[in-house]
Design a protein around this ligand. Structure first.
Ligand SMILES: [Zn+2]
Length: 108
């Protein structure tokens, strides 16, 4: 059993499904203080699976307000996904260098 580095409580093992990848990311979550860690081996596997993505675009992170940052979706992304403002997106973070966005529903 893994102990929380912050408060030494037992951590709960949680498998996180990442869209587009067969493998799951294993994370350990503390129920006491909300700290969590990813199991490096499993994150690496998922990231390798996702690396063969057909569309890769460089974007700058912009400042939206005091403590919020954002990125724009450019025209190519909007058109290929048929994105509309107000669409719901789930965000997952499999490791410290990746952010995965998943549309909650396909827009038509
Ligand atoms: Zn803790």
């Amino acid at each position: 059993m893994m102990k929380c580095p912050e408060c030494n409580t037992n951590m709960k093992k949680v498998e996180v499904k990442v869209h587009g990848a067969q493998s799951k990311v294993v994370s350990y979550q503390c129920e006491n203080c909300d700290s969590f860690e990813f199991e490096p081996q499993s994150s690496l596997k998922v990231v390798q699976e996702l690396r063969e993505s057909p569309l890769k675009i460089k974007q700058k992170v912009i400042k939206l307000s005091q403590d919020r940052l954002g990125i724009y979706f450019n025209n190519n992304i909007i058109r290929s996904l048929n994105l509309k403002s107000g669409s719901d997106i789930s965000v997952s973070v499999p490791d410290k260098r990746h952010i995965i966005l998943e549309l909650d529903e396909i827009c038509n």
